[in-house]
Design a binder for this molecule. Structure first.
Ligand code: SF4
Length: 305
């Protein structure tokens, strides 16, 4: 009886309207953050929470059917937000109207004028962030990222002697297959990614010593969580500073050929000049242990600068 009463109380049409309105908040957030050149997990969170809460609010309650409808809406609206973000970026770059820019996305991708790795990579990140933030509601358990791996979207051309030994060539090729990134230090997860990860990893950025101990680019779930929070705080700070009109010319500097000024679009307007208020910030190389120590100290100090 109680079940029947609950079913009667759910208004699916009103729920869909609520979920749609909720996802609009996520679209706005995705587009605004996207204009800063970022894909942030907070967009996924707002999109997912907006849809589910919106459905519940207007639909009376969130049944399994409501959750499925909201999920479909989240998928569609995330895709739409992503298209809109890129359309706005293209429109401002080429001085086109947004509808025209939106229509041209497929053509620009086909012609290689838009970097397809960046375009599809951004969309995948948006979906993954949404899954991480709200996936527990659907899968009944917390969704924990297993790490992040980087793969250059280009063919690796080896520069070697013409008569190089086949074994040497094979080993050099294999080196190119090794990814960079940061992985969750969970043996079962690593093994699921690469069968030989715990003995002789070829593709994952890991090392295994004689005792079978793992090292390399790995971090515990707690460390990955802290890193995620740190990145989100940084994003919020960037947005806050931009809103306050802070446009300090203080780029990070690793060397004459490794600094953001080399490819900065604003170089002509910036006139970077050290000693006149502008300054370079030199990046110190840190070992992993030093970095996590620094992160811990930051947390203890309240996460500020
Ligand atoms: S050119 Fe100016 S604005 Fe651009 S990265 Fe360098 S300091 Fe920053």
């Amino acid at each position: 009886m109680e079940e029947q009463r609950k079913k009667r109380q759910e208004n699916i049409v009103a729920g869909v309207v609520g979920a749609f309105l909720g996802t609009l908040l996520g679209v706005v957030c995705t587009v605004v953050i996207g204009q800063l050149g970022y894909v942030a997990s907070v967009s996924g969170l707002i999109m997912a929470v907006g849809a589910l809460k919106g459905y519940e609010l207007l639909g009376g309650r969130l049944s399994k059917k409501g959750a499925v409808i909201s999920s479909v809406l989240i998928l569609v609206m995330t895709w739409l937000a992503h298209r809109l973000t890129w359309a706005i970026a293209i429109a401002s770059e080429l001085d086109w109207g947004i509808p025209e820019a939106h229509r041209s996305i497929s053509f620009l991708l086909e012609q290689g004028m838009l970097e397809s790795a960046a375009y599809w990579g951004d969309l995948a990140m948006l979906y993954l962030f949404t899954l991480q933030k709200e996936g527990s509601g659907h899968f009944g358990r917390e969704i924990e990222p297993a790490g992040v791996l980087y793969l250059p979207a280009r063919d690796e051309i080896l520069s070697m002697e013409r008569n190089v030994a086949p074994e040497k060539l094979k080993s050099e090729r294999e080196k190119q297959l090794r990814r960079s990134g940061l992985l969750l230090a969970e043996p079962a997860v690593l093994q699921a990614m690469e069968h030989d990860a715990l003995r002789e990893p070829r593709y994952l950025p890991l090392r295994v010593n004689r005792n079978g101990e793992l090292s390399g680019s790995i971090a515990s779930a707690a460390q990955l969580g802290r890193l995620g929070q740190y990145v989100e705080r940084q994003l919020r700070q960037i947005a806050r500073e931009l809103r306050q009109g802070n446009i300090d010319a203080d780029p990070y500097w690793q060397g004459a050929d490794k600094n953001p000024c080399r490819w900065c679009d604003y170089k002509a307007a910036c006139h970077f000049e050290e000693g006149c208020g502008d300054r370079r910030r030199f990046r110190r190389g840190l070992r992993a242990a030093q970095f996590w120590e620094w992160m811990d100290r930051r947390e203890e100090d309240g996460g500020g600068h």
